[in-house]
Ligand binder design. Sequence first.
Ligand SMILES: [Zn+2]
Length: 152
Amino acid sequence: MMLTISGDLLARMHAHLEAGYPSEACGILLGDVTFQNGATRTAAKFVKDLVLAPNVWEVESEREGQRNRYLISPEDVARADCEANRQGLDIVGFFHSHPDCPSRPSETDREFAWPVISFVIVSVEKRKAATTNSWVLRDDRSRFDEEIVQVS
Ligand SMILES: [Zn+2]
């Protein structure tokens, strides 16, 4: 599995996530995906555009808030879908930040993810994008596998 993204788009993603700090920030990846024999593990995704979305998570409690949760509104997903159609692309993934936390998926991320789609997580440390990793949920939802991120 490999996700290819241009340096320009990656910089745009990082700027959006840094601007959202110390909250989690998020968005949607538009692009193309190709498979060999329909097997998820052979998926090669090419990111062609981003849709930047506000984090609309509203619950604030001692354990949960925008620092460790994010939510993309259905309207933003619909907007991304429209934009993808207009450009002849698909929604190939989602991205969000982990402010001052590692760029690996949380248990919550696993609960709300679904297979095939890429989940890019960027660790933002002190308002600076640090590490970028991409994760794909297994078909049986048991765990994420890391996919290679190639900056073109
Ligand atoms: Zn997360």
